[in-house]
Design a binder for this molecule. Structure first.
Ligand SMILES: Nc1nc2c(c(=O)[nH]1)N[C@H]1C(S)=C(S)[C@@H](COP(=O)(O)O)O[C@H]1N2
Ligand SMILES: [Mo]
Length: 423
């Protein structure tokens, strides 16, 4: 039943009755089928006067040109250098939960490299019984698993620590994507090499110049980590690590090594550049939090939002967004229309999945007045997404990473939305 939309003040019949009434048009989402003829209906349209494209026109399709605005975007002042930078997923314009690879955010430390399957090698060495090198063809012969996970850069929302700044869900929350991966469990490959009793960690690195090396505790490596080669049913795109990347469910994006080339079993963390100078969280007392791998529960309303204003008058409207937790499944999302004073439970499009994006809806009848829209995620551990003020009380304002505070959009009576903070 939970997947049946319910409009709070309007039953389905009420919807139609109001439409027939004409005068009550403001309370409907359709138009009465009467009055002046609509040429869009009565005229034979150009597209019905000839043939469309043949099946040989486009061997591999791109979105129709009218959707050309649904693209990755950069924040200029953040993109000091395009080969060591980041772009953002247009989450304000996407629906459902799966992120198409073609517009899924990219983060490179030294640019996206091009490699062939033939040139691909994965070495597993270190504290193993038998060091092994796998070719791509070797990897294809191990049992596969399929699962959907979000990948969120630890810096997602990092520019909002000092206050509301960027105008759009794409920029405040778009360092995230959610794909269905096919790959081999890392556990399976580590079983092949065997692990010496002293082996407690792994160090994973990529084939790009940056190598993006990170340490992962063995417990996680043997849990749900995947060596993935397909995303959303097709080969990984070059920018996401073709032909093979690591998938580290629920943990920060930096650990998801692309163009994966080596896994070393170690007795200690490697303390690489990426985990000492970067990807630690500076606290108010000057000390830094380390090993903050898990992405805490978080949510954002994707529409309406600054890039997706309300384009209709009062009456039925769809408020929708995404929620996720690196600790497990989303169990619920609350939505506030008044900056967090009152909350209503949103409808989840499907029950929350482990470490994957959940789509939520609030089917609302808008009275046309301004709103301070917020969403608040809850996960299966009982964790509730904090306010930005609650986060800052503990973390201060000098952080970059792991900002999962509640986002506020100020939706004005004219439908335009703005990034603001309430306290
Ligand atoms: N080899 C390699 N792996 C990498 C990176 C990199 O620069 N090189 N960037 C990391 C970071 S910081 C993030 S957030 C994710 C982003 O993955 P995506 O580009 O598929 O979105 O990849 C990670 N894996
Ligand atoms: Mo990242």
């Amino acid at each position: 039943m939970s997947d049946t939309p319910k409009f709070p003040n309007t039953s389905r019949r009420g919807f139609l009755k109001a439409a027939a009434g004409g005068a009550a048009a403001a309370a409907t989402a359709g138009q009465a089928a009467a009055g002046t003829p609509d040429p869009a209906i009565t005229e034979v349209q150009p597209w019905a006067q000839g043939f469309g494209d043949g099946v040989d026109a486009v061997p591999y399709g791109m979105p129709i040109e009218h959707e050309a605005h649904v693209v990755r975007r950069n924040v200029d002042w953040l993109t000091a250098d395009v080969i060591s930078s980041i772009n953002f997923t247009p989450i304000h314009a996407l629906e459902g939960t799966i992120t198409p690879q073609g517009c899924a955010f990219e983060r490179h430390h030294s640019g996206a490299i091009e490699m062939t399957k033939q040139d691909y090698r994965l070495m597993i060495n270190g504290l193993v019984d038998q060091p092994l090198v796998f070719t791509y063809a070797d990897l294809e012969r191990f049992p596969r698993t399929v699962a959907t996970f979000f990948c969120e850069c630890a810096a997602n929302s990092g520019m909002e620590w000092g206050g509301a700044q960027l105008q759009g869900a794409q920029f405040t929350h778009g360092m995230i994507h959610n794909m269905e991966y096919t790959g081999v469990s890392l556990r399976t490959l580590l079983n092949e090499t065997g692990i010496k009793p002293e082996g407690k960690w792994i160090y994973v690195e990529g084939a790009d110049a940056s190598s993006n090396g990170r340490s992962i505790p063995l417990e996680k490596a043997l849990d749900d980590v995947l060596v993935a080669f397909f995303a959303n049913g097709e080969a990984l795109r070059k920018e996401h690590g073709y032909p093979v990347r690591l998938v580290v469910p629920g943990w920060e994006g930096n650990l998801w090594v692309k163009w994966l080339r080596r896994i070393e079993v170690t007795d200690m963390p490697t303390e690489s550049r990426e985990e000492t100078s970067k990807y630690t969280d500076l606290m108010p007392d000057g000390r830094a939090r380390k090993w903050t791998w898990e992405m805490d529960a978080k949510s954002v309303i994707t529409s309406p939002s600054p890039q997706a204003p309300v384009r209709h008058g009062p009456g039925p409207m769809v408020i929708t967004g995404l929620a996720w937790s690196g600790r497990g499944a989303i169990t619920g999302v609350d939505v506030s229309l008044d900056g967090g004073q009152n909350w209503r439970e949103a409808r989840l499009a499907a029950p929350g999945e482990q470490k994957a994006l959940t789509r939520f809806y609030l089917d609302h009848v808008w009275d046309g007045s301004e709103m301070l829209l917020q969403a608040r995620a809850r996960d299966e551990t009982g964790y509730v997404q904090p306010t930005k003020d609650q986060l800052r009380e503990i973390r201060g304002r000098n952080s970059v990473y792991h900002n999962n505070g509640i986002q506020t959009w100020w939706v004005k009576a004219n439908g335009e939305a703005e990034n603001v903070e309430v306290s």
